[in-house]
Design a protein around this ligand. Sequence first.
Ligand SMILES: [Zn+2]
Length: 93
Amino acid sequence: MVNKMNGLDEEINLDNVFMPNISSIHETIAGELMGFGGLLRCSVCGEKEHFGRIATNLRSGWPKHCGFTMSWVTEKQLQEEAKLSLETIKNGK
Ligand SMILES: [Zn+2]
């Protein structure tokens, strides 16, 4: 992009202007989200994927499996699920 407004024909590379900040935003968000833990799971086949690449996922797109975006199951949700399945076993259902 050439900025002719100031008469300097100054070349402005938007990638250089914005990319470092966007990158650090991804890292910051990833850092916050990592605290929730858990994993990514395919809602179709149940395939699980490690949650560790979240910064990459935020930058380049959330992983897909069986044609659908994978669900993020937090550590808390995993514990709830484990508790529920234990109760189901106990209740004989
Ligand atoms: Zn799948």
